[in-house]
Design a protein. Structure first.
Lengths: 107, 120
């Protein structure tokens, strides 16, 4: 099983600033990495797939990068609606696994 | 627009079977891959299992011995059964559609989720 570890657990950022979230895999997941955003009481929302491809309707301020075992989600200029929990998910191997999440909060 | 709606009992007794249904609208379930996930309160997401167009399944090894997934094309529904539940199975359960891009396993459509509590 690929264990996914996100850091930090909580990130405090001011609106308008940049946020950088990290995701590390216990073994290579190649390019099989997606990012989701989740707000309280809501289902996850797909942001990024294949490491760096934005899903339909996702603003350009969201970007993904990385390869192998190290991945990053960057939000270039935080808007109020971006404060949420973010999860990475690997889909290179069964079982599909998620990181524990990074909570992005307003500073 | 594809929409998914989970349904089932909100309360299940320990040792009994948890049964959930995911009803899909806006498209046929037949050509797509469908997964179940769960999320305990305040915790992260866990993938439970997947069912493919022919009805073949892949399960999370941690749940495999207790899990059955199936589908009913005539009702456009996906089902999940988890036996011998304990309090550790208390969670919000989600169904989701896997992308239609072959060989890729991210999830573009999700249900709203349904809370299942295991308690006597």
């Amino acid at each position: 099983e690929r264990v996914m570890t996100q850091s930090p657990d909580t990130l405090s950022v001011s609106p308008g600033d940049r946020a950088t979230l990290s995701c590390r895999a216990s073994q290579s997941v190649s390019s099989g990495l997606a990012w989701y955003q989740q707000k309280p009481g809501r289902a996850p929302r797909l942001l990024i797939y294949s490491v760096s491809t934005r899903a339909t309707g996702i603003p350009a301020r969201f970007s993904g990068s990385g390869s192998g075992t190290e991945f990053t989600l960057t939000i270039s200029s935080l808007q109020s609606e971006d404060f949420a929990i973010y999860y990475c998910q690997q889909y290179d191997n069964w079982p599909l696994t998620f990181g524990q999440g990074t909570r992005l909060e307003i500073k | 627009q594809v929409q998914l709606q989970e349904s089932g009992p909100g309360l299940v007794k320990p040792s009994e079977t948890l049964s959930l249904t995911c009803t899909v609208s806006g498209g046929s379930i037949s050509p797509s891959y469908w997964s179940w996930f769960r999320q305990p309160a305040g915790k992260g997401l866990e993938w439970i299992g997947r069912i493919d167009p022919p009805g073949d399944t892949v399960y999370n090894p941690s749940l495999k011995s207790r899990l059955t997934m199936s589908k009913e094309p005539s009702k456009n529904q996906i089902s999940l059964k988890l036996t011998s539940v304990t309090a550790a199975d208390t969670a919000v359960y989600y169904c989701a559609r896997e992308t239609e891009v072959p060989g890729q396993r991210w999830f573009d459509y999700w249900g709203h989720g349904t809370l299942v509590t295991v308690s006597s």
